[in-house]
Design a protein around this ligand. Structure first.
Ligand SMILES: Cc1ncc(COP(=O)(O)O)c(C=O)c1O
Length: 378
């Protein structure tokens, strides 16, 4: 075997993508599988956003743009962050990236040196650990309380002299839970006391149903140590556009900018014009999609509770996290093979014993999925 990078070879492929691929393979054989494994809105990108990108393409916006992003988008993001996130922000604090995923990777590359520890709160999104590892850092997993999915004393206990970063995600993928203000205050205090950088992934902030979203960067003395990550994929159904962004302190932003210059160069020029329309146009489309997700969430929660399955409070994002009280891999394969419903096992999120079901699918598909799962339990 020829020698290849051990750094990558040691990273497991994305479990969410491989389950979705298994479901697709069964579908290709003509088997009617309902795939509730991917984190992707099933809505089309709103027309005014698509039209703005088409107009940009037609008017020749097909060349390189400034590395951090077109000025119109940088200022729209700065205004949005100031207005909605209670965090005064100017254009020079913003970088537009190829998806929020790239902003998270860049944050790790910008901050971590070899062996620096980055705390990840579990259950956690599948790509945090690989982003830390690719940047040479050491992921340190700390569980949230499995009663209310908030951090507890184990977070402070996990901090060592090597800790450099805490990655926070609210609303959460996979659990759909939302961090309370007190939990974020506790995280902020720890960051200040131990001189840590926080990466606050707020990509699901607009998809929140029964709680209030608080931005970590808005807490006193946190703007100088918080990288706020956000994007367009979830709120505006723009997953394939690959557009995200980060708001970061000047020294970190400079590092991210240098990294981006030598890797992707920039986000796609004409796509950024669509993002300007997303942020500056009417937000009715976001509210309509959120209200539809809320309806589906309510139905799915009711259906799962009728089956007798316990779920984590689904306050945000578009996932229910189900406590299967057993081997999540076994349950996932049984649901796929016998029930023809694809969901993601909790092990992918460092949460064995749970499975994640996305409700970003039509109500009809969700109803059928609940019927099929119910049949497995009767
Ligand atoms: C918590 C979380 N952060 C970041 C991302 C990445 O989003 P993007 O599509 O903008 O790269 C995702 C996508 O699934 C996510 O669930």
């Amino acid at each position: 075997m020829r020698p290849l990078s051990g750094k990558i070879a040691n990273i497991a492929p994305s479990a969410t993508m491989s389950i979705a691929a298994q479901a697709k393979a069964l579908q290709a054989k003509g088997i009617d599988v309902i795939s509730l494994s991917l984190g992707e809105p099933d809505f089309d990108t709103p027309a005014h956003i698509t039209e703005a990108a088409i107009a940009a393409l037609r008017s020749g916006k097909t060349h390189y743009a400034p590395g951090r992003g077109i000025p119109e988008l940088l200022s729209a993001i700065a205004e949005k962050t100031t207005r909605e996130n209670n965090s005064p922000c100017t254009s020079d604090q913003v970088i537009v990236t190829c998806g929020a995923k790239s902003a998270i990777h860049q944050s790790c590359e910008a901050v971590l040196n070899a062996g620096d520890e980055a705390i990840i709160l579990d259950p956690s999104w599948v790509s945090y650990e690989p982003c830390v590892q690719i940047a040479g850092g050491k992921p340190v997993h700390v569980p949230l309380s499995d009663k209310n999915f908030q951090p507890d004393e184990r977070l402070a206990e996990a901090i060592t002299a090597k800790t450099r970063m805490i990655i926070v995600n609210s609303p959460s993928n996979p659990s759909g839970s939302v961090l309370e203000r007190d939990s974020l205050k506790m995280i902020a205090d720890l960051c200040i006391d131990h001189d840590l950088i926080a990466v606050s992934d707020e990509i699901y902030e607009k998809l929140i149903y029964s709680k209030v979203h608080h931005s970590l960067g808005a807490f006193a003395d946190m703007s100088e140590r918080t990288i706020t990550v956000n994007g367009f994929s979830k709120a505006y159904a723009m997953t394939g556009w690959r557009l995200g962004y980060a708001v970061a302190p000047a020294d970190i932003l400079k590092q991210m900018d240098t990294f981006q210059q030598h890797t992707t160069s920039q986000a796609t020029t004409f796509a950024m014009y669509g993002a300007v329309a997303a942020l500056t146009g009417s937000q009715d489309c976001v509210h309509e999609m959120r209200d539809e997700f809320r309806r589906r969430r309510d139905n799915v929660l009711l259906g799962l509770s009728d089956i007798g399955l316990e779920t984590c409070p689904a306050d945000g994002a578009f996932y229910t996290f189900i406590n299967v009280q057993g081997d999540d891999m076994l349950v996932t394969s049984e649901w796929l093979e016998k029930g023809r419903v694809a969901v993601t096992p909790g092990f992918a999120f460092n949460a064995p014993g749970w499975v994640r079901m996305s409700y970003a699918a039509s109500q009809e598909q969700l109803d059928t999925a609940i019927e099929r799962i119910s049949a497995l339990y009767t």
